[in-house]
Design a protein around this ligand. Structure first.
Ligand code: ADP
Length: 270
């Protein structure tokens, strides 16, 4: 309960934190941008000057260039920036180091927010989810399990069961009369792969990009909320994983969940 309180206090302060961080980061970024622009103009000027010097050298009357060279030096502020160029670079480096330090601090901050994970057996979670989906699956679909060997998975077991349940219920809904739901698991490198396929109606190509949007549903009111996939996507993403969809309208769909065995990382890297 204490850690939950800590968590909500942290959430409340996230807004303030964001405003503070934006300010802290904006200042160095603004002067790094200005410095880069000054240095670019300076280099443009230097190259223009070099060109003039070269032409002067090759010409029969080098003295004729001296006025244009002097003009260019002044125009491009060459003499002023030459003395200053390294200060501009040093300041920029300092500014970028400051940004890096702030970002590192933020990562430390968010690390505490990662809820407690446990080692779980993916197949146990899937079996639980299949049981919970029994009512939806009914006699419509035969559930075929093709389980591979998967090492224990570091995860939030309750949340993952929820994902599997959502995918199974969707599979069941997609099957009109009779069909098959196939649950396949595979161990691939540092990842566990869980594929849930159905021989249902499939997904229209124009709906594919919207599937994971909150409240996107093609089901009648009372059956669909359009939240199942968006919530599942959020959970899987928080685990550092991905969900991919493969569907052939009229034939069926496959949802592939890819989860890092090591569990969620603080920076949500996948
Ligand atoms: P809901 O199931 O409440 O509609 P979801 O977010 O779980 O919400 O799914 C969104 C939509 O994605 C569904 O309404 C359906 O059109 C489509 N969908 C999801 N899974 C499948 C599937 N296995 N087969 C066909 N369509 C699917």
């Amino acid at each position: 309960a204490q850690s939950q309180l800590l968590q909500s206090e942290k959430l409340a302060s996230v807004g303030q934190l964001a405003a503070g961080v934006a300010h802290e980061i904006n200042t160095p970024i603004a002067y790094v941008q200005t410095n880069l622009k000054t240095l670019r103009d300076y280099l443009d000027g230097v190259f223009a000057l070099l060109g003039l010097y070269q032409r002067a050298q090759e010409s029969a009357d080098p003295a004729a260039f001296s006025e244009r060279i002097a003009q260019k030096r002044q125009e491009a502020d060459i003499d002023y920036v030459t003395g200053d160029a390294f200060t501009l670079l040093d300041d920029s480096e300092y500014g970028l180091r400051k940004v890096t330090t702030i970002v590192r601090g933020l990562k430390d901050f968010s690390r505490i927010d990662v809820p407690q994970t446990e080692e779980a057996d993916v197949h146990m979670l899937l079996d639980n989810a299949i049981n919970m989906a029994r009512h939806e699956i009914g006699h419509k679909a035969r559930v075929q399990k093709v389980y591979g060997e998967i090492p224990p998975l570091r995860c939030l077991p309750f949340q993952l069961s929820q994902v599997f349940l959502n995918l199974l219920v969707n599979a069941a809904h997609a099957i009109v009369e009779r069909g098959e739901i196939r649950v396949t698991t595979r161990h691939e490198g540092d990842f566990a792969l869980v594929a849930i396929s159905d021989t249902g109606v499939g997904i229209a190509p124009e709906n594919l990009p919207r599937l994971f949007e909150p409240f996107f549903t093609t089901k009648p009111i009372g059956i669909g909320t359009g939240l199942g996939l968006s919530v599942s996507w959020g959970i899987v993403k928080a685990h550092g994983g991905t969900i991919d969809v493969d569907s052939v309208p009229g034939k069926g769909s496959t949802f592939i969940v890819r989860l890092p065995l090591g569990g969620p990382t603080s920076d949500g890297a996948s």
